[in-house]
Design a protein around this ligand. Structure first.
Ligand code: FDP
Length: 358
């Protein structure tokens, strides 16, 4: 029998409320609306979450199922060897959006040209840009990997199928985020209203809100870079690395998977660098489905993303798979790297003037 004299223990209500903050509910709460646009965004995020769950499920059993690990023997448009998991994850994103009426076009690292879902195109005015498996060198050794995504509104009819409307700056993104496949699977996203992290509860099969309004510290101890490339970098990047070697309070962390490294920096501060090299000044990372979505997230969290001389969000790609150098993380740390680049540039200019004067 209920004892009405006893004060109610409401702790379980709080827990229940927390367990109920699913991704789709969170999107609608953020937009304070049930408008068609809000419903679209909520449905888009739910489909991305479904892709994340399907990929996470395959990754957790990858060592046990046939044909999950290893290379396909093919190379992609970037000239990189394609892994079986890359192909699987790429197809998962396509499949979850088929017959959704949401996404007309998908563009990814694994496909030379955008992929059209014609039956969605009369209604679906959105394009999904994504890197299905980021950090794929980690797949075969059971270390963390991720998926990166970005959503843009389709501009115009794209009659020739060349997707010229995608060759625009990162401010056009209406949502972006990543899924981290680590000890737990996490989805981190922004729709331009802060950055929020969800953890997959496998018993519910749902992403549940775990951190809201994440703010990246203005400075952090971590610098995350492949130092094996030291002798291929330009002098200012080497100057910066020499600086952190000679000053107390810095520590190196580099996992080989961008999403994992950025996730650490988002929560604990620091800077991630994938600079250009003397031979490849454009660097390795792709703007539209790697650098721009992560820049959008980090800026929403109060951080900064730069090529070293320009904000990543302002860069306009000249083709779908354009690459950029990437320096991203805590505002002060990114600005410090930029200052090394600006100093060298100034010195070189002064030197040129002096030499020309004789
Ligand atoms: P990967 O090629 O394994 O997919 O996206 C490219 C990426 O991984 C990033 O995830 C990672 O940070 C970087 O490349 C690793 O490149 P290096 O091996 O050259 O350091």
């Amino acid at each position: 029998m209920v004892d009405f004299e006893q004060p109610l223990n409401l702790e379980h209500e709080y827990l229940l409320d927390r367990d109920c903050t699913t991704l789709s509910r969170h999107v609608l709460q953020q937009l304070h609306s049930f408008s068609a646009d809000a419903q679209d965004l909520s449905a888009l995020m739910s489909r991305i979450a479904l892709a994340g769950k399907l990929i996470a499920r395959r990754l957790t059993r990858a060592g046990l199922v046939e044909d999950a690990l290893g290379f396909t023997g093919r190379t992609n448009v970037q000239g990189e060897s394609v892994k079986k998991m890359d192909v699987f994850a790429n197809q998962v994103f396509i499949s979850v959006f088929e017959q959704s009426g949401l996404v007309c076009r998908l563009a990814s690292e694994e496909m030379e040209k955008p992929y059209y879902i014609p039956e969605n195109c009369p209604l679906g005015r959105y394009t999904l840009l994504y890197d299905p498996i980021d950090g794929s060198s980690n797949v075969d050794i059971n270390l963390n990997v991720g998926s990166i995504f970005s959503i843009r509104r389709q501009q115009g009819e794209d009659q020739d199928g060349m997707a010229a409307d995608l060759l625009r700056h990162g401010h056009d993104q209406i949502a972006a985020g990543y899924i981290l496949y680590g000890p737990s699977t996490m989805l981190v996203y922004s729709i331009g209203k802060g950055v929020h992290a969800f953890t997959l509860d496998p018993s519910l099969g749902e992403f549940i809100l775990s951190s809201e309004n994440i703010q990246i510290p203005t400075h952090g101890p971590v610098y995350s870079v492949n130092e094996g490339n030291f002798w291929q970098w330009s002098e200012p990047i080497r100057d910066y690395i020499r600086y952190v070697h000679r000053h107390e309070g810095y520590t190196a962390r580099y996992s080989g998977a961008l999403v994992g490294d950025i996730h650490r920096i988002l929560f604990q501060g620091g800077v991630f660098l994938y600079p250009g090299t003397v031979k490849k000044p454009e660097g390795k990372l792709r703007l539209l489905y790697e650098s721009a979505p992560l820049a959008y997230l980090v800026e929403q969290a109060g951080g900064k993303a730069s090529t070293g001389t320009q904000d990543i969000m302002d860069v306009i790609p000249d083709h779908l798979h354009t690459r950029t150098p990437l320096i991203l993380g805590s505002r002060e740390d990114v600005e410090l790297v930029e200052s090394f680049i600006a100093d060298r540039r100034r010195q070189t200019e002064e030197q040129t003037v002096l030499t020309s004067k004789g």
